[in-house]
Design a protein around this ligand. Structure first.
Ligand code: ATP
Length: 570
């Protein structure tokens, strides 16, 4: 397929904000895609591989500018100036390509396949001369591009496609294109996506228009799968109302999610962002081999840090370094040990457990896990119908320095990647949100050279809406416990800058932070319609994907509920 067709699709999709219209446009497009072009589905999500694949395009704005300059024969200073003026680097590429095309007649056709081939070479390049090689791969594409292709190629390169399509849009478009929009099949497509975690695989099978073929997609051990997420319980009564009786209660450990895969004697560990962190946790590999029976399995767990001397649990922020650390791993392993708390099983010895009721899955965990405190245990778990017992358990969890408790429906299935109402979390009421940094301001005086205040945004559909500005909680110097410094944040944000005007910057939404605040109020100053009062950054959420930051709906719901009686405890 010509890349131009895809570029036109992007343009059409950008021309509407309405979800149903986007689904309609996409489904019509899907009807004409051939099996060999199925990987273009990654490009529609701005990527070149499935989400779990860690190979990313990763081209900086600077390199994109150089490539535009080379392919259009425009001085890079001029490209830069245009960018400052127009604000959208893709649009700059479009304009400059238009000008060039008026002067030259030569044009080549680029195909989707060629785009994917060149883009897929980018992450493979390492070592000397990398930049030049990257530049030549990109310039080759841009030189053959027409204006609209250039616009979307550049946006794809810098990871800022902005066409408002997400996985669910694709799901509904597949339903419409290949299954007559039969709503009975929606869940079956979703399950196929959940199990394969690869849209191109699902796309290819869906094209055959046989839903039973999609049902045959299997979970694969070693390929990351998305973790199931929880909703909030307002209080214990609320939990019983939503979950029925009896329920399972467990500690809500304050660590990070770890999905454990084992097959053919090989252990692989994935975070909630689907990153492979096996190398960072060599000791965990040992625990899995020693303390868990079975040849092949996928388990869900929380890794929690503890103090070696006092054996008290520590908070998430402290051990989060272990996720990032790529060198001197042993040293960090000794300093920041973790305990693995296994709380679910998704696959066991050749069989998917996703559709098995939670009660049975828990029984399986108890059969296969031999608990060794401070190494690996089956999570603290109780089945009860008694409110008092839940209260006691909750108090104990807080005393043990955990975040609160999880309350789970015993009959429920495991639904990967979804925030389900059959797994609830209860923790002391705190004004806390996970938000993404979308902009900021360069500092002055003592803080010049650093970004000194940060614009925070929540999510609404595919949009990021500002909700406040924060400079508090960020330290000037790094300490053992606090890595959130102006310098560190500036270094993380610098490559993400998409727009700069005087002191103000805009950045690609990527860095996620936990923010505590005193209050929230309606405000015309921010696009979300809300403003946080006295916000303070308390943690960097490097374990969390962008798709899981706070949504406007949740914030509004919380606000409404907090006006009612609040459940407080401890
Ligand atoms: P929070 O910010 O409140 O920690 P979250 O946004 O990290 O929540 P949620 O899905 O809302 O994530 O809450 C569930 C999280 O709690 C899981 O992702 C998991 O990491 C953690 N957790 C700790 N203990 C358990 C447990 N026993 N069962 C399930 N999840 C647990």
């Amino acid at each position: 397929m010509r890349y131009n067709k895809l570029a036109i699709l992007y343009d059409e999709l950008s021309s509407t904000t309405k979800r149903l219209e986007k689904i309609d446009i996409l489904s019509k497009f899907f009807e004409h895609v051939k099996e060999e072009d199925a990987d273009l589905i990654y490009l529609i999500l701005g990527d070149i591989y499935p989400e779990y694949d860690e190979r990313r395009i990763g081209i900086s704005n600077q390199l994109a500018i150089k490539a535009i300059s080379k392919s259009t024969g425009t001085d890079s200073k001029k490209v830069m100036a245009e960018w400052k003026k127009i604000g959208d680097i893709g649009e700059v590429a479009r304009e400059l390509t238009k000008k060039k095309k008026q002067m030259t007649l030569a044009s080549h056709i680029i195909t989707v396949d060629k785009v994917l081939t060149n883009l897929r070479k980018l992450p493979e390049l390492i070592g000397a001369g990398t930049i030049e090689k990257k530049l030549s791969l990109i310039t080759e594409l841009l030189t053959s591009s027409d204006p609209i292709e250039a616009k979307y190629l550049v946006r794809t390169l810098i990871g800022d496609l902005r066409i408002g399509v997400q996985e669910s849009t694709i799901k509904y478009a597949l339903l419409k294109a290949f299954f007559n929009n039969n709503k009975d099949y929606e869940d079956r497509i979703q399950r196929a996506i959940d199990r394969s975690n690869d849209l191109s695989v699902v796309f290819k099978i869906a094209m055959k228009k046989k839903i039973t073929e999609l049902d045959k997609i299997k979970l694969e051990v070693g390929k990351p799968i998305k973790a199931m997420l929880a909703q909030k319980a307002n209080d214990i009564d609320d939990a019983f109302k939503k979950l029925g009786k009896p329920i399972a209660i467990e500690y809500k450990y304050d660590g990070f999610r770890l999905l454990i895969h084992k097959a053919n004697n090989k252990v692989t560990l994935f975070t909630r962002r689907l990153e492979n962190v096996t190398k960072q946790f060599p000791e965990v590999e040992g625990y899995i081999n020693k303390f868990i029976k079975g040849d092949s399995f996928i388990l869900d767990s929380e890794a929690v840090g503890y103090d070696k001397k006092t054996k008290h649990y520590t908070d998430f922020q402290k051990i989060s370094q272990r996720i990032r650390r790529k060198h001197k791993i042993e040293e960090l392993q000794k300093k920041l040990p973790v305990e693995i708390n296994v709380f679910d099983v998704l696959y066991y010895n050749g069989k998917s457990q996703l559709d098995v009721p939670f009660k049975k899955r828990r029984e399986l965990i108890e059969k296969i896990v031999t608990s060794h405190p401070y190494k690996l245990i089956a999570s603290h778990h109780k089945i009860t119908s008694d409110k008092k017992e839940v209260e006691k358990f909750y108090k104990k969890a807080l005393k043990d320095k955990q975040e609160g408790i999880m309350l789970k429906n015993l009959d429920a299935e495991y639904k990967p990647g979804r925030r389900v109402g059959h797994m609830l979390k209860l923790k002391p009421e705190e004004n806390e949100l996970d938000l993404v940094i979308t902009g900021g301001e360069w500092g002055t005086g003592k803080r010049s050279g650093w970004i000194s205040s940060f614009i925070l945004s929540c999510k609404k559909g595919n949009e990021y809406l500002q909700i406040g500005k924060v400079g508090t909680g960020v330290a000037e110097k790094e300490t053992e416990d606090n890595k959130i410094t102006f310098e560190n944040l500036t270094e993380m944000l610098r490559p993400l800058i998409t727009k700069e005007k005087n002191k103000d910057i805009e950045v690609k939404p990527k860095i996620i932070v936990t923010v505590h605040y005193q209050d929230i109020q309606r405000s015309p100053n921010y696009k979300s319609g809300w403003a946080l009062r006295f916000p303070r950054i308390t943690a960097l959420r490097e374990d969390k994907p962008l798709s899981e930051i706070a949504t406007l709906e949740e914030i509004e719901k919380d606000f409404k509920e907090s006006k009612h009686e609040n459940y407080r405890y401890g």
